[in-house]
Structure formats: C-alpha cells, structure tokens
Design a protein around this ligand. Structure first.
Ligand code: PLP
Length: 404
C-alpha cells in the first residue's frame, strides 16, 4: 500500500531528455496478446502512469456492475434468502483461484486477511510438529510475516531463527515466494523438498506471486500457502486473502480460531466445536460478501486471461524495465534472470523517498519501500510498455536533476 498516491495533479510527463526512443514500447504494446484486457478496467485518466498494481490493482469494470447487482438484487431484494448461495462463496471463489496457483478444486478458500490466514496456518502447522523448538523466517520478509512468527513463537515457547540454512530442529518455515522489496523468486519445489526432508512444515506467502507468476503449488509439493487478492488479482482495496491447504492435510491441521463457519454442522448450533475436514476448516466467521464479490471479479479476469499468458507478459515488462534502467543508468536490485524475478522492478537510490514523491507529482505512481527502493509494479492486464517507458524515463530525469 502507498499512502501518497491520491490527487496526483500532474505536470506533463513527457521526458525532458528523451534518451531512449519510445517507438519500441509502442511496438511491444501493438504485439502484446493481452492488450485488450486493459479495456476491462476503469481507467479514468490514461495519462496517469500507474506502476503500483502490485500493491493495489486497478478497478475491473465487472466489479462495479456485479457489486451493483449484489447490492440491489441479492441484498435489497432477496435479503437474507441470499445466504443460501452466499454461504459457500469463500469456497467457490477459492475454486476459481485454485488453477492460478496450481491448486486443485477444494484446496483453496478465500477469507479474512493474509495476516490472519498466515497466523492460522503457521499456528496449525506448528501444532503438527510439537517437539520442534524453532520457527524460521527471513529477517527481511514482509512485517506481518515476521511479526506473526514472533508472536506464535512467544505464545508456544519456541525460538525464531532468521534464515533457512539449518532446518533439522525447525517446526515451520515461513517464506514469501516473491521478495516484496527486490522481487527475487524462491524455488518453491526445491525449498519445499529441502524443508520436508528435514522434517519441517512450510507455509508459503504468495502475496506478490499470485496472479502474476505461474506458481504450481501442487507440482511443487507445497502443503500450505496464503496470499493477497488485492494486488495482481485486482480484487479491490482490502479484498479477502486466500488459504491453500493440500487435500491430504485438510483433516489433520487444526486452527487457533474456533468459529462457527468451520463447524461441521454449522446450523446445529451444537455445544462442542467439531471442525469440518475439508478446506472450510480454515473459515472463522461471516465473510464480507461485498469484498468477496470484488475478489471474485478480479480473480475471474486473471483466470480468463490465463496465468501463463499473464506470466509471460510480466516477464517481458520487467525485462524491458531492466533494459531501460540499464540504458538510463538507474541501479536495479531485482534479479536479471527472468525465472528469478516476480512482477516488479526495484530501483535503488539513496533518495528513493524523495524520488517517489516527485514521480507522483508528475503523474507516475510507483511506491517507496524502506530504506532506498522505488518499486515499479507491472500488472500484466493493465500496464503497457509505454507506461514502463514513460515511468522510467521520468525517473531517470529526476535522478539526473538530483545529481545537478
Ligand atoms: C508479502 C505480504 N505478506 C503479508 C501481507 C499482509 O497482508 P494483509 O495486510 O492483507 O493482511 C502483505 C501486504 O501487503 C504482503 O505484501
């Protein structure tokens, strides 16, 4: 999320020194097989160069239409009767998302937030390794991931290890597939196999991977994962997250929040908690149908466009961005090897915060990440090559201005 993206009353963005021709970007856009998908989104000001779809995806047109329908027909007209088809919406949206991350039907459920879902899964996984005293996390991972691990370690009398070199005493490894700062990608299959061989459980965080990379959780042997839907999946601000639990683990894993939505016979209102043994076991309480509807619409767009086509365009956009940065003398900390990077490119500069603010003033919206990163997100369904060109050319101009 960025707190500085509103009201970008921008000065014309035409690069001051057009050192890299724009023609190539125009050609790449013309040849882009996904270019028509941009029309599926509301883009009130086409002059704004939006390079933050990795934080908050753009607004799908169908979300507006569908929300209107849900409000007027399903809520206003049908009232509480709509719960007959709302009740299993978290599972239905999960099934829609499943193929995008290499999961099977009945292995994904969309609910609550990434932080909550991470807490549930790490807690549940740790309980399956009661004799192991360590939880492992990357010290540079996203704050929620580190804090959740710290909190569970404290509550269960374990210690936290920063890094993954030694795993023989580790109960749970918590790891992001794509580094939120550098966009570096972890090899899910190799690292899952290594952790499992050492006896550890793994919870993957797919927040910066879902909807932009062709992740295959099933083929990679992954058992547990979570991730956001408001980034590359365009679900809308605060749209619910997802939990993935491989089928063979579903009857085994417990969860720390015993609510009525995971109860086997939910409406029996029984005296004792008796959890379901399917993916519904991860649910807690009443889902926000409006937010879930947004997630459903965003996810459906990615599912229709196809994750392999999306991933191919992400690779082309980020490759082009790195090429431009090199040509314009900008320093990049994102891996150059296509298979090792996600859907954003990070430019490192000691005055990155200032540069981000100046870019926003000029109608180019990236985000800043501590301590020195300007993060340029490329969302394959909406970002054009000309956006990448214009954004990076503007950034290069600003860097040149700072250098005097
Ligand atoms: C990698 C990662 N994990 C967890 C989160 C937390 O998500 P939420 O705030 O929806 O709980 C984020 C949010 O941006 C994230 O990027």
């Amino acid at each position: 999320m960025t707190s500085t993206t509103s009201g970008a009353s921008h000065v014309p963005r035409v690069p001051r020194v057009p050192r890299v021709p724009r023609d190539r970007a125009i050609e790449l856009d013309l040849a882009d097989p996904l270019r028509a998908w941009r029309d599926e989104f509301v883009i009130p000001d086409p002059e704004v160069v939006y390079l933050d779809g990795n934080s908050l995806g753009r607004t799908p047109r169908r979300t507006i239409t569908r929300l209107q329908e849900v409000l007027e027909r399903e809520w206003a007209d049908d009232l509480i009767r709509s719960w007959s088809h709302w009740l299993d919406l978290p599972q239905r949206v999960g099934d829609r998302l499943a193929p995008l991350i290499g999961a099977g039907a009945g292995e994904v459920v969309v609910h609550d937030s990434t932080t909550v879902n991470l807490y549930q899964l790490v807690h549940g996984a740790a309980a399956l390794r009661p004799d192991r005293p360590v939880l492992a996390v990357d010290p540079h991972d996203f704050p929620s991931d580190r804090y959740v691990v710290d909190g569970i370690a404290r509550a269960t009398d374990r210690t936290v290890r920063h890094g993954f070199d030694r795993l023989d005493d580790v109960a749970v490894v918590v790891r992001s597939v794509v580094d939120y700062r550098t966009a570096e990608v972890v090899d899910v299959a190799a690292e899952t196999a290594r952790a499992h061989a050492a006896g550890a459980m793994v919870v993957w965080d797919l927040s910066h991977a879902a909807g932009v990379l062709a992740i295959d959780l099933g083929a990679g042997g992954a058992q547990l994962a979570v991730g956001c839907t408001y980034k590359f999946l365009n679900g809308g601000p605060g749209s619910p997250a997802f939990s993935y639990v491989a089928r063979d683990l579903q009857g085994m894993i417990g969860q720390p929040i015993w609510g009525w939505f995971s109860q086997r016979d939910q409406f029996a209102m029984g005296p004792v908690y008796d959890p379901r043994d399917d993916i519904g076991r991860m649910l807690i309480g009443t889902p926000s149908i409006l937010a879930l509807t947004g997630a459903e619409c965003g996810i459906s767009l990615s599912a229709e466009a196809g994750i392999h086509a999306i991933a191919a365009k992400a690779s082309a956009l980020t490759g082009y961005a790195i090429e431009l940065c090199d040509a314009l003398g900008l320093s990049v900390c994102t891996p150059r090897e296509p298979a090792r990077r996600g859907g954003h490119v990070s430019v490192v500069h000691p005055r990155a915060r200032e540069l981000t603010a100046a870019l926003i003033e000029r109608g180019v919206i990236p985000d800043f990440r501590e301590p020195d990163v300007v993060r340029l997100g490329m969302s394959p369904l909406t970002t054009r090559f000309v956006d990448v060109h214009d954004g990076i050319a503007t950034l290069a101009d600003l860097v040149a201005d700072l250098a005097g």
